[in-house]
Design a protein around this ligand. Structure first.
Ligand code: ZN
Length: 284
């Protein structure tokens, strides 16, 4: 699947102008969301086109990969609400939003079913629903995204990044509104999609995740030990240009995973709301 953007719209897909839009923006990031809605085709798209909550978004992606555009890529849409990206507030003013049709967080309904917030239950086995808990999402039952849906999201990301050289990152609602939002869900392949969007075929993030052992103790931490200096936290465990953040000496950070890559031990930790890798020998 390949999309082209012309006049700030993806060609060849339906454009249904949303009611709630604003002025011109320069997109710096793309924010991915779950609709936390019913799965019926176009139901979320219709809602986001016109509603009394004054919400809107640039793109809606159905489970079968069908995409509807509601707002031009260079116009403000109301998708992120109160949010911050690396110190910059109100992401609607500098982001493109993608709403991905998914029921959102679900609870165990018994009898092999999970229940969405709006009452509908889904068969756990039929939908491949998994019980997962993360620091950012809390614990719940989550529905995976079908391949066709992820391929469509990928095609939107690639088209946007190719068109707008100003776009520097692809992120999620939970990342820009921590504690307030949990979308996209923990099964969302953000690392994979970022790699594709920015033309890095290297699946290093996913591979490292698979090769490393999770830390059993959920409260485990390590302390950064680089006196007078900072330690680079990296997107995947290598010294390629992949630095996410510089962690000051003495910072204590949650430890998620440990793995050995190229005969060096690395820790996967959480810092500044992001997960990344640090060299284990610089921690204690
Ligand atoms: Zn959202």
């Amino acid at each position: 699947m390949e999309f082209q953007i012309k006049n700030h719209r993806i060609e060849g897909i339906p454009f249904q102008a949303a009611r709630w839009t604003g002025g011109t923006i320069t997109p710096i990031i793309i924010v991915c969301h779950d609709t936390a809605s019913r799965l019926d085709p176009l139901s979320a798209a219709r809602y986001l086109q016109d509603n009394t909550s004054k919400v809107s978004v640039q793109f809606v992606v159905e489970r079968d990969g069908h995409v509807t555009q509601l707002v031009a890529c260079n116009k403000r849409a109301n998708h992120a609400g109160k949010s911050t990206y690396h110190g910059r507030q109100y992401c609607n003013g500098f982001s493109i939003g993608i709403e991905i049709v998914n029921p959102g967080i679900m609870q165990d309904a018994g009898g092999g079913k999970a229940r969405a917030w709006y009452g509908k239950t889904f068969d756990i086995e039929e939908y491949g629903i998994r019980e997962v808990s993360t620091r950012e999402h809390g614990s719940g039952f989550w529905m995976p995204y079908p391949e066709a849906q992820i391929e469509a999201v990928e095609a939107i990301l690639v088209a946007c990044v190719n068109k707008y050289s100003t776009i520097k990152d692809v992120t999620t609602h939970w990342y820009v509104s921590p504690g307030r939002k949990v979308d996209t869900n923990p099964l969302f392949p953000l690392g994979h999609l970022k790699s594709r969007a920015f033309g890095r075929e290297d699946p290093a993030e996913d591979e490292a995740d698979a090769a490393a052992a999770p830390v059993e103790d959920g409260d485990a931490t390590v302390s950064i030990n680089v006196p007078g200096d900072t330690l680079n936290m990296r997107r995947w465990p290598s010294f390629n240009p992949n630095v996410l953040a510089a962690i000051p000496h003495g910072t204590r950070v949650p430890l998620i995973k440990t793995g050995t890559f190229n005969r060096r031990t690395w820790h996967k930790v959480v810092y500044g709301g992001q997960e990344g890798w640090v060299v284990a020998s610089y921690t204690e």
